[in-house]
Design a protein around this ligand. Sequence first.
Ligand code: C2E
Ligand code: MG
Ligand code: MG
Length: 405
Amino acid sequence: MSQNQFNAEIIIVDDNQFQLKLLSHQLEMVGYESVMAFDNGQAALCYMTGRVLDSTVVILDLNMPNMDGLEFLQALKETNYSGALLLVSGEDERVVQSAETLALSYNLFVLGHLSKPAQQHQLQKYLNEFSAPKEALPDTGNQKVYTADRLRQAIKAGELTNVYQPKVLVSTGELKGIEALVRWEHPEDGEVLPDRFIHLAEENGLIDEIARQVLREAFYDSKLLKDLGMDITLAVNISMYNLNTREFISYLEKELQSSGLSPQDLILEITESRLMKDYLLVLDMLTRLRLRRVSLSIDDFGTGHSSMAQLRDIPFNELKIDGSFVHSACDNATLHGIFDGSLQTAKNLGIRTVAEGVEDEADWNFLENSDCDTAQGFFIGRPMKAMELVAWREQWTQRCAKIAV
Ligand code: C2E
Ligand code: MG
Ligand code: MG
């Protein structure tokens, strides 16, 4: 047990006196001396006002009369509570999960949730994970907002570059393909991730130029890897905004032809956008690309509002199940259910499946017991420079052999 835990103050908020006593006793048993118990939210908030709470863990019951757990969470948000939080409830697992999602969206540091009565080993497990909360909070320091002009300048100056993440076969671990992901190498701010500038590019007419640069570099790198003996597919993310003009597709076809790659090597990963000017044009161009043997993949499946409608209309031949339904699906019945449903939908339509967000060995084992074709995620390999893939493949083959034992 770390020094930190003994220093932590625990605040229990639960309207049930028996639960308060039980939890206090359990905490004493695992070595916590500083435990405050409150049978209502207001009293707890009163106690917390004006205190430094960085080393505090609040153990919160959701179902309470007067101020319920959700109102208490809202109050924690409003007071910028800086400690940690553990939810305890006798409610249905999905209700507790939703409360946890809410707490996370309030930027609260949530250790997890427990069902009543809380098991001592579970309580200990979560508290063991508790270290200085500030380290665990997402880094909001580098959330600088960029202007379209600065992005335009970056594109011109060649500050945008590609990294590649491996996609492997679940059955054998064999490298099947790579996905190109754009990075902005900002001279002052370091690596800037695409979520911070793709929307800006889409809204300011810069997305075509980004896509052209990404494609050009990706074709070049893929050809190098091919010449090194890697027989792999290349996936590139394409915004729906890129499909608003016919010129973009002509450009793509021309570059592909001169790259020495074949259309069968290319997969375009499409994510839905909020705005699609001309759906029929998009449909026309994507269908044409399929006729020319380029593959189409529906990215982040399950997260959008019209994924099913897109699946109905566009001739996708690959479906990427979003990482939020893959990571931890092995011990979460809701995720498991959604994952199985997505997989079954793809199988029914006769299209390949990729699981994104494979973050740990449990996720990998889960996939091995599923019918999913391909996997991608930090557990397998992080996005990297093209030439780093050679050494990565060696290491992954060795790791795969060990996992299989
Ligand atoms: P995406 O296409 O779904 O790409 C997967 C994202 O998940 C990547 O984030 C990748 O680094 C991340 N990722 C991979 N494995 C894991 C994992 O195990 N756990 C977690 N939590 N994340 C993982 P990245 O590179 O920040 O890209 C974010 C999104 O930006 C992409 O999502 C894609 O929609 C978009 N994007 C990236 N490159 C381009 C591009 O060249 N053009 C366009 N239009 N969009 C791009
Ligand atoms: Mg993608
Ligand atoms: Mg995705």
